[in-house]
Design a protein. Structure first.
Length: 423
């Protein structure tokens, strides 16, 4: 078994999760960050992180201090610890899409050596590491699991755009394929995580812990989203109800909204998939998903009703949506549900403009087919405005409802008196 001080680390995938890991590990060990996206690697090597997860000063300092970033598989063949942080999306049928994990495992299997350790961080279902990834590693490497090479799982807990709860300040769950490897992996992460680690008793437990973190949030948000649908019919302001209820000490004050992103809107399907393979049809998890997946259409339909209430002709009216990212103050558009609002409004032949200074214009056009406005819009030219994402740049906008313009606030930023409706 190798010693901690002899660790040579390769991070596979340089997105929101992989890049911060590479920067932190490079402070303690020889570290190479690998990504198949050549443009991503080239941009990072200039000291620029388009995801904003690592500030340019910290990235440049890491590069100057020895961090290597590459798209050449040959650059990582001498590493002995491989940490996989590739995406784990869902397909069009909302089933786990394991192609990125498969390709990463096949790639690593081709260069795996005796004594190497492969740690997966990508969110997945309980059992995926040992039932899906390990056989691929064995087949590609011709090595034996837990004899020639070893594995671990340490779920990522990066919160995109959060500058307070960063990598080193979030407790890290760790696990390994045998007790000795589990301890080694735990010590490895302890060397960079300031707040400490939690060693899970097995890889499956670690995988399950991540799956339920996001499923729990999803279910809680779906509950308040359903309340919002009910209170909308009762003509009650949901935020006022939540404010009153939260005066009880043990009330969980979740707020309604569009649930997107690469975690909460995706991971519950992984857990549901695994449950179904063992003969259990999950009820609460999938019902929560159905509620949350329907909220974009609800928002669009409510907006149309608000137009009608002010005698504004729906067809060919002009709508402005503020924000396209899945959350505030980050450029991440993965699984954003704002696009559901855009598409539904267009079905009613409404002209929709979207303004978001944080999102990458090229990525939005390529992935969502939406052309973002170039600059700050002229608010008066629109029949209605939907405040969809609470970017800090938007908080200073002095907006209010008028007799001939709808203002629909999905984030509860404005007082009830200033808007036509809050979600």
């Amino acid at each position: 078994m190798q010693k901690l001080k002899d660790s040579k680390i390769a991070i596979i995938g340089l997105g929101y999760v992989g890049l911060p890991l590479a920067v932190e590990f490079s402070k303690k060990y020889p570290t190479i960050g690998f990504d198949i996206n050549k443009n991503r690697v080239s941009d990072l090597n200039t000291g620029n992180d388009s995801t904003f997860e690592v500030d340019n000063e910290s990235l440049s300092k890491a590069l100057d201090s020895g961090l290597e970033l590459s798209y050449d598989i040959g650059s990582i063949k001498f590493s002995n610890i491989f940490i996989v942080t590739v995406p784990t999306p869902i397909d069009e049928n909302k089933a786990p899409d394991l192609k990125p994990l498969k390709k990463a495992s096949e790639m690593l299997g081709a260069i795996l050596k005796k004594g190497d350790v492969v740690i997966y961080e990508s969110t997945t279902y309980p059992g995926c590491t040992e039932e899906f990834c390990v056989p691929i590693l064995e087949s590609s490497s011709k090595l034996l699991y837990n004899e020639d090479f070893f594995c671990g799982y340490s779920p990522e807990r990066i919160n995109p755009g959060d500058k307070k709860n960063t990598l080193t300040k979030i407790i890290k769950v760790t696990s390994g394929s045998n007790p000795e490897i589990a301890l080694f992996i735990d010590d490895l992460y302890k060397s960079i995580i300031e707040i400490g680690t939690h060693q899970a008793p097995s890889i499956k437990v670690a995988e399950a812990s991540k799956a339920i973190e996001n499923a729990q949030r999803d279910v809680n948000i779906s509950f308040v989203n359903e309340l919002s649908l009910i209170f909308d019919r009762l003509e009650i302001d949901t935020l006022e109800v939540l404010e009153a209820a939260s005066t009880k000490w043990n009330f969980l004050n979740y707020i309604p909204g569009l649930v997107g992103g690469h975690c909460i809107g995706v991971d519950p399907y992984y857990l549901a998939h695994k449950a179904q393979t063992v003969g259990y049809e999950p009820q609460v998890i999938l019902s929560g998903r159905r509620v949350n997946d329907s909220m974009g259409i609800h928002v669009a339909n409510t907006y149309i009703k608000l137009l009608v209430s002010k005698n504004i002709t729906v067809k060919n009216s002009k709508a402005l949506i503020l924000g396209i990212t899945f959350k505030e103050d980050c450029p991440d558009i993965r699984n954003t549900k704002v696009v559901d609002v855009v598409n539904e409004l267009k079905e009613f032949q409404i002209e929709v403009d979207v303004f978001d200074p944080n999102a990458n214009r090229g990525e939005v056009q390529k992935q969502l087919g939406i052309s973002l406005l170039n600059g700050l819009p002229e608010f008066k030219k629109y029949d209605g405005i939907i405040f969809a994402v609470a970017h800090k740049e938007f908080l200073s906008f002095n907006l209010r409802s008028t007799p001939d313009q709808v203002l629909y606030d999905l984030k509860g930023v404005y007082s009830k008196k200033l808007v036509d409706k809050r979600l």
